[in-house]
Design a protein around this ligand. Sequence first.
Ligand SMILES: [Zn+2]
Length: 125
Amino acid sequence: MPRREFPRKVRAAAFLRANGACEKCGARLKVGEGEVDHVLPDALGGEPVLSNAKVLCRPCHAAKSADDVRRVRKSDRQRDRHIGAIRPACTIKSRGFPKAERRREPGEKERQLRALRERQHERQG
Ligand SMILES: [Zn+2]
């Protein structure tokens, strides 16, 4: 599926909403500096609509895009694993940890309960 860019009207509305500043870090943008970002990436089903658009400065957009690439790759891997295109990695069989008996001091549980109740009481007022 081809990438769906934001229509001109949506871009214009996004820039008006941003009012000359990056919508993430608030940096002032000069004319032509802002970039319209897909909040939810196009590859993950993000629609090219105003609610999915954010005007970002170049550094914010670069960071966001790098993150998006990771998210899209992960989603691709999950889909491929789900449809059986990739085999799950071999799992390591281990004996696990021995079930150790935890020794409680007499009255320990009561003390913990009392401390918990006191904390809840402090929070309420
Ligand atoms: Zn920014």
